[in-house]
Design a protein around this ligand. Structure first.
Ligand code: PGA
Length: 248
């Protein structure tokens, strides 16, 4: 049985004043009925960890370096995220792949660094609109999955997020059939590669998830939750998504 996961990715948004949203969220959902994760900017992880008190909210980073420490100005390592109170880290988000030229092999190394530090790696995959239009979606996703997910990955230390690049921050989402096709493909690939353990990996959908479309997406087979950007910033919206997941 895979535990459902509602994950929020705050991206480069949020200062200490926004902890009020987290406090409102946990006050409204003291027992969320699914796993809830927020990945705020690294500057807020420790403060959020303190603000959440005994609530089961999990915290994560949005990226980590492949090394544990060293001369890498501006970077943050997986053990540092753990030290700040994180239990998860997003790796290979399409914005990092695009803005920082991260390759599948670098994403794989980051996932290994995260897992070595005891973090759950949330590994992101997704096709561009041009790749979808060219009919290459499954080929692109399959190649990303094969090269970004380490052989040692397990369902306990790895979550896969399918995020079509053209759906991120655009308000556009794939049709339910398109989401189901990719998630079914991911599940089959994971089982082919990892055997029965392949059934244990949680598969999140990400890209313009909001209260109005969450229930329809969560009803799809092999959708174990969502990675939510914009709609995770406001307690009311993220709370509605959490409630939809818990009810699915
Ligand atoms: P969005 O972002 O929900 O704002 O589309 C999702 C993501 O990039 O994780």
């Amino acid at each position: 049985m895979r535990r459902k996961l509602a994950a929020g990715n705050w991206k480069m948004n949020g200062v200490a004043a926004d902890l009020a949203e987290v406090k409102a969220l946990i006050a409204a959902h003291p027992e969320p009925g699914c796993e809830v994760l927020i990945c705020p900017p690294a500057t807020l992880i420790a403060q959020m960890n303190w603000a959440k008190g005994a609530h089961p909210l999990a915290l994560g980073g949005q990226d980590c370096h492949v090394k544990a420490a060293g001369a890498h100005t501006g970077d943050i390592s997986a053990p540092m995220l753990v030290d700040a109170g994180a239990s998860h880290v997003i790796v290979g988000h399409s914005e990092r792949r695009a803005d920082h030229g991260e390759t599948n092999s670098e994403v794989r190394a980051k996932a290994l660094a995260a897992q070595a530090a005891g973090l759950v790696a949330v590994i992101c995959l997704g096709e561009t609109e041009a790749e979808r239009d060219a009919g290459a979606t499954l080929a692109v996703i399959g190649a990303q999955l094969g090269a970004s997910v380490p052989e040692s990955a397990t369902g306990a230390d790895t979550v896969i997020a399918y995020e079509p690049v053209w759906a991120i921050g655009t308000g556009r989402t794939p049709t339910p059939a398109q989401i189901a096709e990719v998630h079914g493909f991911l599940r089959a690939e994971l089982v082919a590669r990892f055997g029965p353990e392949g059934a244990a990996f949680r598969l999140l959908y990400g890209g313009s998830v909001k209260p109005s479309n969450a229930a329809e997406i969560f009803a799809l087979p092999d959708v174990d939750g969502a990675l939510v950007g914009g709609a995770s910033l406001k307690a009311a919206d993220f709370g509605a998504i959490i409630a939809a997941l818990a009810a699915a």
